[in-house]
Design a protein around this ligand. Structure first.
Ligand SMILES: C[S@@+](CC[C@H](N)C(=O)[O-])C[C@H]1O[C@@H](n2cnc3c(N)ncnc32)[C@H](O)[C@@H]1O
Ligand code: SF4
Length: 307
C-alpha cells in the first residue's frame, strides 16, 4: 500500500509566455489581403446597398503619447499637429471615395468605433473636425453605439466633454493595472491617479457605457497585485471590464529586448496562480458587447482560476 507521503508530488505545470502573435487582429488577417482581390471589392462597391445589413464604421487613430513595451499596434509617438491633420485629411479622402459608391451611398452607421493607437490623443478641435466630416458622409444620428478608446492620462474634463459632445456613447479606458510600478515598468504613459480622475469625470459627464481594459500577466505582476487590480476595477463599477491576456508579438520593444538578451521566454507574469480545490476552470469574464460587430477581435475570453 502506498501512503500519501510516498505518493510522488504531481509535476507542477507552469505555462510560459513565448514570443509570437496568437491574436487575429482583423478578419481576414492582412496577410491574406492580395492586390489581385481588389477587383472583387470594387465589384461589391458597385452593387446597390443591401437591405437590413447594419453598417459599422471603424476609424483608426495611430498616435500615442508613448509606446508601451508590449504594444504591437501600428502607432506613432512623434507626430505634430500638421502631420495629424494630414492623416485625418487622407482618411477623409478615402472615406469620400468609398461612400460615393452605390453600396455605401446614403447609408447611416449602425455602429461607429474609434480605435488606435489612442483616439483620445487628438485635441478637441481635431476631434470635432474629424467627426463633422465623417458625419457628413455617413451620418451616425441613429447609431446604436459610438465607441471610443482612451488612454487615461490624455483625459481631463475639457477633453472628456469634447468626446461626449461629438456623440460618443461607449468610452473604453486603457487602465491595464492600478499599480504605478507595474504601469511604469511596462512603459505605460499613465499612472493610477489619472485613472481615478478620468473615470470620475467620465461618470459625472454621463457617458452611457464605460469599459475598462485590463491586461493579465504584465511584467512584475503577482497574484496579490492581480487580485488587487480586479478588486479596484470592480470598485469603480464600470459597465464592462475587458481582460486581455498579455501577448508578446515580434514587433514589440519587449521582444526586441528578449532577442538582444537571447531569451525565448517573455518576462511576463505566468499563469501559475493558486488552484481551486476541485481544479475546475471557469471563465473569468465573458462580456460580449455590440461593439464586437465593429471590431470583433476586441472581445476575448480569458480562462483563469478564480476563487
Ligand atoms: C489600442 S489599446 C487602447 C487605447 C489606448 N491606446 C491605451 O492603451 O490606453 C487597446 C488595448 O489593447 C490591449 N493590449 C495592447 N497590447 C497588448 C498586448 N501585447 N497583450 C495584451 N493586450 C494588449 C490593452 O489592454 C489596450 O488597452
Ligand atoms: S497599448 Fe495603447 S497607449 Fe500603449 S502604445 Fe499601444 S496603442 Fe499606444
Amino acid at each position: 500500500m502506498q501512503t500519501a507521503l510516498e505518493t510522488p508530488a504531481p509535476e507542477k505545470k507552469v505555462e510560459q509566455t513565448e514570443a509570437g502573435n496568437y491574436f487575429v487582429s482583423n478578419y481576414p488577417p492582412f496577410s491574406f489581403w492580395k492586390p489581385d482581390q481588389v477587383p472583387v471589392v470594387e465589384e461589391v462597391l458597385k452593387q446597390p446597398a443591401p437591405a437590413n445589413i447594419p453598417l459599422g464604421v471603424y476609424f483608426h487613430i495611430p498616435f500615442c503619447r508613448k509606446r508601451c513595451h508590449f504594444c504591437y499596434f501600428k502607432v506613432y509617438t512623434d507626430k505634430n499637429a500638421q502631420e495629424v491633420k494630414a492623416y485625418i485629411d487622407a482618411g477623409m479622402r478615402e472615406m469620400e471615395r468609398f461612400t460615393s459608391q452605390p453600396y455605401l451611398k446614403g447609408r447611416k452607421a449602425h455602429f461607429v468605433y474609434f480605435g488606435g493607437g489612442t483616439p483620445s490623443y487628438l485635441s478637441v478641435p481635431q476631434l470635432k473636425d474629424l467627426t463633422n466630416r465623417m458625419k457628413d458622409m455617413i451620418p451616425w444620428d441613429e447609431a446604436e453605439e459610438v465607441a471610443f478608446e482612451a488612454e487615461p492620462g490624455t483625459l481631463n474634463e475639457v477633453k472628456l466633454t469634447g468626446i461626449r459632445d461629438i456623440g460618443v456613447t461607449r468610452l473604453s479606458l486603457g487602465v491595464e493595472n492600478f499599480d504605478d510600478h507595474i504601469l511604469e515598468t511596462n512603459g505605460r504613459a499613465h499612472r493610477s491617479g489619472e485613472i481615478e480622475k478620468a473615470y470620475r469625470f467620465a461618470r459625472t459627464l454621463g457617458f452611457e457605457h464605460i469599459n475598462i481594459d485590463l491586461i493579465a500577466g504584465m511584467m512584475n505582476e503577482t497574484w496579490e497585485n492581480w487580485k488587487d487590480t480586479v478588486r479596484k476595477a470592480i470598485a469603480l463599477q464600470p459597465d464592462a471590464v475587458t481582460i486581455y491576456q498579455m501577448e508578446v508579438p515580434y514587433n514589440t520593444t519587449m521582444y526586441q529586448q528578449m532577442k538582444a538578451e537571447g531569451k525565448v521566454t517573455a518576462p511576463v507574469a505566468v499563469a501559475n496562480f493558486p488552484r481551486l480545490p476541485n481544479h475546475r476552470r471557469r471563465p473569468l469574464r465573458a462580456r460580449v458587447h455590440p461593439q464586437a460587430q465593429a471590431r470583433p477581435q476586441r472581445v476575448r475570453l480569458l480562462h483563469q482560476q478564480v476563487r
